[in-house]
Design a protein around this ligand. Sequence first.
Ligand SMILES: [Zn+2]
Length: 459
Amino acid sequence: MGCLQSSGGKEPEELRPRDEEAEGSDEEIPRATSSGYIVPTAVDEVEVVNEEHGAHEVPVESLPAYWTNRRVHGEASGKLCQHFDQMVCVSEAGRQAIRELVRGTYRPLVTQDRPCPKEPACPKTPAGCPCVKPDGTPGLPTEYVVRRVIRVEDSEMWTRYAQKRSQIRERRAHRMPLRGLEPELFTSQVVATNPGSYDSLDTGLNEVYLWHGTHVRTGLAIAQHDFNLEFAGSGAGGMLGSGIYFAESCTKADEYATDEPGGYYEGIFGMLLCRVTMGSMHSTWFYTTQRRADAAEQVESGKFDSTVGDRMKFHNTFREFVVYDSDQVYPEYVVLYSRAYKADDAAALQLEASRNPFHLQLPVYWNNFHANPDSDVFRVQYKVREQTRALLQHLVTGSFLHPAAWFCYYLLYVVVVCLLLLLLFIVLKCCCCLCFIWFLLLFVFYLFIILKCVVVCLC
Ligand SMILES: [Zn+2]
């Protein structure tokens, strides 16, 4: 289990700003060269991580069919797929499937958990403050504009999830299929009709796709390091105990999603679309302010595997879903989106987003891609895995031009230019000194290039 905070916020000891006066020596201070690069001195220990360290193999058939690591690497390598931990930027077709799910799970409902966007903010109000009601200003977002979708392909996290699912299946074997949800989950239909983006689910075990709204960088960190139960429940108020909270409606998840005011992700919100094994569900309904902290104990006792808090039945708002073990969750997609309000031209925003997907602050294939480079210092070098080396080799081979080809290219260039100049002289019949000097200079210049090419060829 990865730790969200230590990965993103920790500042390595050796990289903290140093006080020159206090240390009395400039030997330990990184030196800036004229080119602007920082040259690490001997005391700067750079962590070197081997990406293939602790590598294990995963059965290919256990992976979702549309995952890149199964399609590209797994099918070629046979029954077992090498360890992988990658963020894959989803294509426009995949984003379309996510948009469909967002539209299908949107409900124009407000609860007290939706924060007031104004300054100063209104106090917490049952059924939401006037500013976030559909007829308020700015009101409830009328649409969510999907800006970027990242699929999490992590063999270790996937293996933990699959093992936990098998354990629950064995534990509940005598009661299979388990009692399902009524009414049907909001996500069910869209998921069932898009096999290219959503895997088939074990419905007998109440395996479902659910939304989890959070701070945009926290969402990226969860994708990289998994959920951390130490901080779970805090965002949702923990009405059903200390667990990981999910919603079937993107509107509900959006209540807990926050952007980064003044930062790179200002106006960009994050939601995770997770595969969750709910197993045997403890169903409970509660008033808005009623806590059911004993819900976790019901699961710990082994009676149930998860809790459903149903405010839909009696309050016409939302159902919430809680699990208390992070291995019951696989955060498969990170959805970065912006909110469109009734004053916005939502159709234009959607069109623009589909044409120009949002770019993350750091490359998505960096392990620290969730970090804020302005505040979270990191300095790590990676010995890349074999597949990355092969890809780089492919790039080098593809961009390599043989010296003989260079020579031919320059020769052709020189011949063409000389012929053009000759033609110019013939046409103009110009024999002035200036033209002669100009011609001589060009001739010497091209002679130099030819000689250089010959040297390159010989060496
Ligand atoms: Zn308000």
